[in-house]
Design a binder for this molecule. Sequence first.
Ligand code: SF4
Ligand code: SF4
Length: 256
Amino acid sequence: MSLPSKKAIKVDENITDYQFKMLNHVMVLKYDESKCLECGFCHRVCPVTVSIYDEVYKRTAIGTPKEMGIESDKKIVVDTDKCSFCGSCTWICPGYTLELFINGEKKLLLVENGSLPEFDEEVRTLENGQKVRKVVEGSITITSTEKDTKKLDAFCDECAVSAMERKGKEIEVDRDKCILCFKCSEAAQNYDNISVEIHRDRFKNIKGDPSSVWDGIMLRVLGKEGKIKGILSRSQNKLADAVIRLLGREETEEES
Ligand code: SF4
Ligand code: SF4
């Protein structure tokens, strides 16, 4: 019997295909770095949990190099060996940066089988032509005593969806545009006079009546300060197990 193969294929300067192949069944997770907002939603929604040895440090199968503990100059890296090709990351990605293809067809089985709900999408086009959508609702408060307009402009530029604008010596956030990604709150750590508080309260406009996997996803995405909550060691990773079952597959790889 042919063994499953998993590999990363660089298609061009921006696009990488992460491929899982078994016999004539091929799944491809396509990542377009040129569209990536570095929002981190994919990392938080991924059901796979990888525990590094016995350390407290845990990660999922996708995330920024820092979140993944992997040296890379890419915005997002995928651990192809651990990825279950469930498509959860493609389902939530606000930048339409990730797509899952099953045997050449764009598919989201977890939505098709009702495990995850559909977003009632409100798509916005950025100045560069990129499409983005907002997937969660909540609040953002920026407190600034910074008076240096160059620093204020540099801080506003941290936002990938142009939700922040300097008005005189104040920063204004357009709450309709803000995708609550925590990028500015992380950037604020490098600014002495600026702080940001963000809360994600609920998912925006979803359709359908999803399964219990949804509760696990909610915990991870809406968790306080966007940190992954409820992550367990791989052997206890009920969310990943549930997702694999809902996909009608059994996990084939060895635990590490
Ligand atoms: S969810 Fe999409 S846009 Fe956000 S970091 Fe992941 S790949 Fe990039
Ligand atoms: S304002 Fe902050 S939280 Fe909102 S989209 Fe921009 S970087 Fe993300």
